[in-house]
Design a protein around this ligand. Structure first.
Ligand code: PMP
Length: 285
């Protein structure tokens, strides 16, 4: 079935959805994005995704194309038109089309806004059941990873390196510390049951699921430390896991060939996943 896609104010069959070859998203990766998960036709963590979008736009001096309330309407219309029960909505906003020039174009240049849906079940997932295996790769991304831009070539290369190594994903390592995964935040549970994830800075994306899972950890009265952790600490951890809007909370059972804990999904991770799903479904819009 052909999907209905939103492009600059229009809802079109996907075959007719087009963007200019002069679009700066295409020429310069001058664009930001968000991915919001849909469960049972409802949007998970929606206000937080929109708040991060606003922040990304602010950091890049880019204008929002439409009001936030209109963005909610567009998300809901796409869910309805595409009869989406479980999946995701991808939103991309670019600085618009202009003659190719490294300078930003005139601020009045209309931005381009595209949204489309994809079917994916975030709850029933084989990798969550067995636990993910990861390798580490050097973090060679640009220095503003806190801005959610579409410059995803290096994460894509890291994902391919993981695939070639016969594992599921890669963690980015820098100066001996783990930053995050290719498309997720990285966490460990230490021997004394402390939950550790890297503190917010320009080194990592400020994950929406990360923020929600921290609240869940508080609800469970777990000890939390937001700080960098090393690869050695991760290998010696009792449990490890990743978080993202599309996988929620997923155990990591192997890092660079070293089994983590008992080498199978851990109970703290399972509990956090359970509470996250419960709480986020309650708050879904
Ligand atoms: N880090 C990176 C580099 C990511 O690409 C993502 C997912 N876009 C995340 C973390 C997780 O963020 P979120 O929980 O908002 O999906």
């Amino acid at each position: 079935m052909s999907r209905t896609v939103y492009v600059n104010g229009e809802y079109l069959p996907e075959e007719q959805a087009k963007i200019s070859v002069f679009d700066r998203g295409f020429l310069f990766a001058d664009a930001v994005y968000e991915v919001t998960t849909v469960v049972g036709g409802k949007l998970i963590d929606f206000p937080a995704h929109m708040a991060r979008l606003k922040r990304s736009l602010g950091e890049l001096e880019m204008k929002p194309a439409v009001e936030e309330s209109e963005l909610l309407n567009i998300h809901r219309k796409l869910v309805k038109e595409n009869e989406l029960t479980n999946g995701l909505i991808y939103l991309q906003l670019t600085r618009g089309a202009a003659d190719r020039d490294f300078h930003y174009p005139d601020p009045d240049t209309p931005s381009s806004l595209v949204l489309f849906t994809q079917v994916k079940d975030p709850i029933e997932n084989a990798m969550v059941k067995r636990g993910a295996k990861v390798i580490t790769v050097e973090d060679l991304r640009w220095g503003r990873r806190d801005i959610k831009t579409v410059q995803l070539l290096y994460p894509s290369m890291a994902k391919m390196a993981a695939q070639k190594a016969g594992v599921d994903d890669a963690w980015f390592e820098e100066d001996g510390f783990i930053n995050e995964g290719t498309s997720n935040n990285a966490w460990i549970v230490t021997a004394d049951n402390t939950i550790v994830t890297r503190n917010l800075s320009t080194s990592i994306l400020h994950g929406i699921t990360r923020a929600s899972v921290l609240k869940c950890a508080e609800l469970l009265q777990l000890k939390i430390e937001e700080r960098p952790f090393t690869l050695e600490e991760a290998k010696a951890a009792r449990e490890a896991f990743i978080t993202s809007a599309t996988i929620f909370v997923c155990p990591v059972v192997d890092i660079n060939g070293t089994p983590i804990g008992e080498g199978k999904p851990g109970s703290v991770t399972a509990k956090l996943r359970e509470i996250y799903i419960e709480e986020s479904l309650k708050a879904a819009v």
